[in-house]
Design a protein around this ligand. Sequence first.
Ligand SMILES: *[C@@H]1O[C@H](CO)[C@@H](O)[C@H](O)[C@H]1NC(C)=O
Length: 238
Amino acid sequence: MAARLLVVFLVTATAASEHSSHVVVSVGTEAYGAAPYSYYPQSVYYPQHSYAHQPVYPHHPQPAYAHHEPAVPACAANTTKPWCLEDSEYPLYEIQHALQYNAHHVLDLYADVADLNTALSVERPKTLDEETYLCPSATAYVRPLRAINTEGKWRVIVNNVEVHYQTLTQTARVEECLTAGDACPLVPECYGSTCLQKSIYHRFLVYDPYDYYLPFSIETFALPSSCACLLSAYTLDH
Ligand SMILES: *[C@@H]1O[C@H](CO)[C@@H](O)[C@H](O)[C@H]1NC(C)=O
């Protein structure tokens, strides 16, 4: 608990000293311990067969660059989060190779999601006085290389890939509770409060090595978006 209070203090102190417009703590992928992630669905919502659709165009020979991807990528071992920001096995060459044949279609898909990058779209209070944050959180702008989609599958996300002298990037703002599940620090104990991780859905252009006809598509991912303080029903009776 002492460590957490220290974190709260540091967050406040950092924000105050920078005269910044909002509280932003840049965190690396492993900056703090594994909070349990409750914000992505544990269950698979769709039948398996909707995913396994490889032989749609059996007359196209499978190109040599498609290789078997494990269900859980190696980079997952290096992070506690359902996404990877670093990946020594990122199939950059395969993506670039596949892009040569699909550039125009992929650029169309990319244009559809590029505007949705959340890097610049979040309004935050101008000063700390405008809003009291009840639960400590860390905010970062991330460019995931892989992530778990809303069907619970790891996907390769097209990021930092060059095509036609353009670099395709996909950025998402993530805000994570530092003490999810704990009581809100500033709320008296008798109120029965809990810090609750909330998430929103993002659409990303992904690379699917198994779809050899068009190995690019847009899929949906739930990422942490804010940290709320939830008061128990008992409190609301008062
Ligand atoms: C995981 O981290 C180790 C140590 O930093 C690194 O050597 C390895 O390449 C990483 N694995 C992946 C898949 O990125």
